[in-house]
Design a protein around this ligand. Structure first.
Ligand code: ATP
Length: 191
């Protein structure tokens, strides 16, 4: 298993798509977590117990905005929420990985180093880019303001710490062709 990570707007999902184009399967932890909070009834109950019934809307869907606001400046609550969601994602990943036939699989997650998941990986790959590129790309992609993106970045592990921990680093400061080339080179080196 190869861990693939990067902060907000670094380009890790774009790299993950290139990896899939090269024929290797990618597990998208953050996307799966979004599905799991809606599909897993046991998890739903636990989240409601922690955050209140408003954590789900009248149609039973996870109320992302409510939850984000509730945990944004409350470290303990965020930790408790993660303590519910992360084990469920881990079980889901284990089920997924059993079904894969390739000798290399990739796990994309924003929190590879924060959760020490890199210790379970054969190699870790970090995608990084200069702050201004990341902010501009997320503003264009999500319609967020400069300040909103910066606020998320400030809460994430500093890039210099991630660079120290990573086995391989992709610098996404130019264009998509260069990003693809760097991705292919890393796959080639790992293989
Ligand atoms: P998040 O953690 O916020 O989901 P991410 O790390 O998965 O972000 P991507 O979604 O891959 O980042 O990239 C952010 C945006 O920037 C996307 O719209 C993507 O198409 C664009 N992008 C990424 N790399 C480049 C690049 N080198 N040149 C131009 N656009 C890029």
């Amino acid at each position: 298993m190869i861990g693939l990570t990067g902060g907000i707007g670094s380009g890790k999902t774009t790299v993950a798509k290139f990896i899939e184009e090269c024929g290797f399967p990618v597990y998208y932890s953050d996307d799966r977590a979004k599905d799991i909070v809606n599909d897993n009834e046991d998890l739903k109950l636990k989240i409601k117990e922690l955050l209140g019934n408003e954590a789900y809307d009248e149609n039973g869907f996870y109320n992302r905005k409510f939850v984000a606001e509730k945990v944004f400046n409350n470290k303990d609550l965020l930790q408790s929420l993660n303590g519910i969601i992360h084990p469920a994602v881990r079980i889901d990943f284990e089920d997924w990985v059993k079904k894969q036939k390739k000798y290399l699989v990739f796990k994309e997650t924003a929190l590879l180093f924060e959760l020490k998941l890199n210790l379970q990986c054969y190699r870790s790959v970090l995608v990084t880019a200069e702050d201004n590129f990341r902010i501009k790309r997320v503003m264009d992609r999500d319609g967020k303001t400069y300040r909103e993106v910066q606020a998320v970045m400030e809460k994430q592990m500093p890039e210099k710490d991630k660079i120290k921990l990573a086995d391989c680093v992709i610098y996404n400061n130019t264009n998509l062709e260069d990003l693809k080339e760097q991705t292919e080179k890393i796959i080639f080196d790992i293989e």
